[in-house]
Each structure stands twice: as structure tokens, then as C-alpha cells.
Ligand binder design. Structure first.
Ligand SMILES: Cc1ncc(C[n+]2csc(CCOP(=O)(O)OP(=O)(O)O)c2C)c(N)n1
Ligand code: SF4
Ligand SMILES: [Mg+2]
Length: 351
């Protein structure tokens, strides 16, 4: 496809957020993905979330691996920092950047191939270390960019476009993230913007490792009958346990809902999340119960979506490692080179 530059001008009466930015200011280049690809809807949801949160674009670092999904940071937040790394290596590149500059908002964008195969170990360690980031996997069950091989998230028994059956067990990244200690875990669907946008907003606000698995159908290679990652399959088997609606803020907002239907979660930094319960049985603050619930429903072929787990007391890698509170690029020579005395003390402590 010929690449066309988007015109920069826009209608003067477009709505703006509290920084004076329009949605257009959070867009970037034209997508070169297949028309109808689920990944483009996720880019639109990220744009909407950042617009609504009134994030200053220069405060965001978007980092990805390789794949159609990993190409998408080129299509949103054109004024943010970006790094398209190597296949499966987004988590380690992001961890390094985060350790060097804790003041940025980190958005990791990956695919199911990128995170559940070559980058599986990297994914695991970012989650268990609590890297403060929003980790989005655009999950289509195939390697889209390399023409539709089954990925490790493809369900056993599901069929390829050409009719081959997947005989391997699948990896559920949500179950793994829960097991590894991620402090915010959600699942959504690229076709459900109402659920996805607030989930992304909440993940960005969360201080710690926030993981969102977004089922994102690949219309070129995995949207046929027999696939469990097609638009039709996900719509028919979607079991949403809750919806985040009025959310994020430091002041309590009064909500007019039936008692018991809304749960307010106050996070460590004082922000509130408001969850509308769709399933009375589901408690997103209970990690073990969430694991059980997911496994039971997965066995029935259901795709459980919503905010599946949140630890309101979460903290991150910087807190665990006791790092300096400032971004390293703000430190002067005195702090960076404290002198021979400090080095001798450090060495003595290691003897
Ligand atoms: C080290 C390395 N191994 C293999 C590849 C080939 N490769 C490129 S993208 C990809 C898989 C992409 O799948 P996924 O992450 O699910 O992204 P999608 O295209 O489906 O969005 C593979 C195997 C590569 N680029 N680099
Ligand atoms: S091949 Fe699949 S994943 Fe890649 S752009 Fe096309 S529809 Fe999207
Ligand atoms: Mg994929």
C-alpha cells in the first residue's frame, strides 16, 4: 500500500481535553494493516484512553517487538517516544528504559507470537518483577505477519484457515500473568471499545505490572469457522464479569446503582476505580478465586473478559529494588560518582 501522510490540520471546533489536545493529537501514521484487522481497533482504543486521561504525549514511551501487532505503535501517539525492538524482546528493552527513566509512562505492545513463544520468558520476568507498565498483547492466535501459523495461544482442537487441527495445548497468558504475580490483569476484545478503553485507562494509572490480553481477530488468517479467535466466536462466548465505567480520580464520585452492583477499589496512589459487577460470584481482588474461575470457564470454551484481578496495594520494581527516586538522566555528576569512599564501603559490604 502506498503510504500517505495524514494532513495535520483539523476542524477548529473539534473537542479538546484539559490539555487542549484533540484526539487527532494522539494519532500517528496511517495504518498499513489489513482493513478490518482487530489490531487497528486496539490502536483506536489506546488513542481514546490517552486523550481521555489527558496524557502529555511526550511522557509516554511505547515499546514493541515484531509482528503486525508490534507495528501498531507507529499508528498512535505520534508525539511520544517509541522503540520497535526485536521479536519477543519488548519486555527487557522496556525494563531497561523504565529503570533508567522512571518518570515516563510505559506502554508495551506485543502479539501472542511475540509474548507466548519467543518472548515467553521475557513476558514472565516482566510480570514477576512488577515492571510499572501497561503490557498489551494483541492476541489473534496466529503469527499474522508471517502468514498465519498457529501461535501458542491457539486453542487445542481449533482449526487453521486451511483446515489443519491444532494438536498442542494452548497458553493462556492471563492465567500465567495471574500466577506470576501481575498486580493488574484484564482481558478484553478488540470489538468491544466500551470495555477496552476504561480497562486501558485503568492499566495506565496502575502502579505496577498491568497486563491486558486483548482478543484481536486476524481477518486474513484466523477469522473462519473452527477458529476460537474469530469475531463470531468471541462474540458468542464472551463472558464479561464486570465493566469499569465511572473511574479514575482522587475524589469519591457518587454513583446511582443498585447496592451490591458497584465495587469501588481505592489504589495505593489514592485513585479510585469503579467496577460495575456483571457476575455476582466474581471478586477481582481474589487472585486464587480468579484463577479458578478462569480455568472453569475456559474448560467450557468461554472467554472471560473484564478486570480480572487487581491488587490495590501494588508496587513496582523500583520499590522492590530500592532504586533512587529520580530518573537517572536528572542526576548530576555528584550523585552518579559519589567517590572512592562510597565505592570502598560498597566493596566492604560484599566481602
Ligand atoms: C528472531 C526472530 N524470529 C522470527 C521472526 C519471524 N517473525 C516475525 S513476526 C513473527 C510472529 C508474529 O506473531 P505475533 O506476535 O502473534 O504478531 P501478529 O503478526 O499476529 O500480530 C515471527 C515468527 C523474527 N522476525 N525474528
Ligand atoms: S495479517 Fe492478520 S494480524 Fe496482520 S494485519 Fe492482516 S489481519 Fe491483521
Ligand atoms: Mg498474533
Amino acid at each position: 500500500m502506498t503510504y500517505l501522510t495524514k494532513p495535520k490540520f483539523h476542524h477548529p471546533s473539534l473537542p479538546t481535553n484539559k490539555l487542549g489536545f484533540t484526539r487527532r493529537d494522539y494519532e500517528a501514521g496511517n495504518s498499513t494493516l489489513c482493513a478490518g484487522c482487530g489490531h487497528d481497533s486496539i490502536s483506536a482504543a489506546i488513542i481514546e484512553a490517552c486523550y481521555e486521561l489527558a496524557i502529555e504525549p511526550h511522557r509516554v514511551a511505547k515499546i514493541s517487538g515484531i509482528g503486525c501487532s508490534s507495528k501498531t505503535p507507529d499508528y498512535f501517539l505520534g508525539q511520544s517516544h517509541g522503540f520497535n525492538s526485536v521479536h519477543g524482546r519488548m519486555p527487557s528493552v522496556l525494563t531497561g528504559a523504565n529503570l533508567a527513566n522512571r518518570d515516563l509512562i510505559y506502554l508495551g505492545v506485543s502479539g501472542d507470537g511475540d509474548s507466548a513463544s519467543i518472548g515467553f520468558g521475557q513476558f514472565a520476568h516482566a510480570m514477576r518483577r512488577g515492571v510499572n507498565m501497561t503490557y498489551i498483547v494483541e492476541n489473534n492466535g496466529v503469527y499474522g505477519l508471517t502468514k498465519g501459523q498457529f501461535s501458542a495461544t491457539a486453542d487445542r482442537g481449533s482449526k487453521s484457515k486451511k483446515g489443519a487441527t491444532n494438536t498442542d495445548s494452548s497458553i493462556d497468558l492471563v492465567a500465567i500473568a495471574l500466577q506470576l504475580g501481575a498486580t493488574f490483569v484484564g482481558r478484553s476484545f478488540s470489538g468491544d471499545k466500551t470495555q477496552l478503553v476504561p480497562l486501558i485507562k485503568a492499566a495506565i494509572e496502575h502502579q505496577g505490572a498491568a497486563f491486558i490480553d486483548v482478543i484481536s481477530p486476524c481477518i486474513a488468517f484466523n477469522n473462519h469457522e473452527g477458529s476460537t479467535k474469530s469475531f463470531d466466536y468471541v462474540r458468542e462466548h464472551n463472558e464479561a464479569v464486570n465493566m469499569l465505567d465511572i473511574m479514575i480520580g482522587r475524589e469519591t464520585i457518587k454513583v446511582d446503582y443498585e447496592p451490591g452492583k458497584v465495587v469501588t477499589v481505592q489504589q495505593h496512589d489514592g485513585t479510585y476505580l469503579r467496577l460495575r459487577k456483571l457476575n455476582d460470584e466474581y471478586d477481582p481482588s481474589d487472585r486464587l478465586a480468579a484463577q479458578n474461575f478462569l480455568a472453569r470457564h475456559a474448560a467450557k470454551g468461554e472467554v472471560v473478559t473484564g478486570l480480572l484481578y487487581i491488587d490495590p496495594e501494588a508496587d513496582d520494581l523500583h520499590a522492590h529494588a530500592g532504586t533512587v527516586k529520580a530518573a537517572l538522566n536528572t542526576l548530576g555528576e555528584k550523585e552518579l560518582c559519589p567517590g572512592q569512599g562510597a565505592l570502598d564501603k560498597l566493596n566492604a559490604g560484599l566481602r
